[in-house]
Design a protein around this ligand. Structure first.
Ligand code: ADP
Ligand code: UDP
Length: 237
């Protein structure tokens, strides 16, 4: 797959066009950002770990019946994906209270959320990704009702699959963010699933093994991602 010009440079990945208009190359960089890009650092090996991690999870999701953009690994830091027409929304499911939910609603971190909470956010850095609901999505035309229903259905299907996968590795899937897009009429899971975009705690000790280590300056960020990968059986070589 011939790599062509850069389409987009995000905060953690660069996106390249290919000679095939239906495909893109995602290049996972070592850049790690938090607080809308206010805190940025390069963390050695992170690009490679996340690339392999996301490929592993996308394959598990495909096997469970969640259609994804993932085609295959191209190199240590690059994957080939289907080029989606992305919806500008983020879908979040929370199984345990943490992060912005605690700040917004004053609830204690760590309480179980039963049933799990679903939230939409607008993907807009300049506006700090504000929380939105289905009425905003409909009125402003960010997605049609059918697409909204499909994104919710798939986001919960991901929850069923991954809570079990992580539980088997001694991990709690606290919350996560997904992005979807359209490819030839079908809604597919896009972007990534890595510890940059979810919260994972050790099931016994509740030690944080995700990007909160970076946000909260706890250190050992990539080491924690590697520990999660090792427990899942992700091939990092
Ligand atoms: P951000 O844009 O949030 O800073 P990244 O650094 O991860 O995030 O950049 C990756 C960009 O590529 C995101 O804007 C994401 O929505 C987009 N993207 C991910 N997968 C696809 C895909 N399959 N097709 C088109 N765009 C995609
Ligand atoms: N998340 C993300 N990108 C965003 C916002 C959130 O990947 O732009 C993830 C985040 O890592 C967490 C979940 O979505 O796993 C919920 O995030 P939250 O709303 O608590 O925001 P935070 O306090 O993490 O910014």
């Amino acid at each position: 797959m011939q790599k062509r010009e850069q389409l987009y440079a995000g905060k953690a990945k660069s996106v390249y066009l290919t000679d095939d208009p239906d495909h893109l190359i995602l290049h996972y960089r070592n850049d790690t950002s938090a607080f809308d890009g206010e805190k940025i650092e390069q963390l050695a090996r992170k690009g490679e770990v996340n690339n392999r991690f996301s490929a592993f999870i996308m394959q598990k999701l495909e096997q469970a019946g969640v259609p994804t953009h993932h085609e295959g690994l191209l190199s240590a830091q690059e994957s080939l994906v289907k080029k989606l027409d992305m919806f500008p929304v983020e879908c979040v499911v929370r199984n345990i209270a943490a992060g912005s939910l605690c700040k917004r609603l004053g609830v204690e971190e760590g309480i179980d959320l039963e049933p799990p909470v679903f939230e939409f956010f607008l993907k807009n850095d300049a506006l700090h990704d504000p929380m939105i609901n289905e009425y905003h999505i409909r009125t402003f035309g960010w997605a049609d009702d059918e697409a909204v229903a499909k994104m919710k259905e798939l986001t919960f299907k991901v929850n069923d699959t991954l809570t079990r996968l992580f539980a088997d590795a001694g991990l709690l899937l606290v919350d996560y963010k997904l992005e979807f897009g359209r490819f030839r009429g079908e809604i597919l899971l896009g972007d990534e699933f890595t510890p940059d975009g979810c919260r994972l705690w050790d099931a016994e000790t509740r030690e944080k093994l995700d990007k909160d280590r970076f946000r909260q300056g706890l250190g050992g960020v990539v080491e924690a991602y590697e520990e999660v990968a090792r427990r899942l059986g992700v091939d990092l070589s």
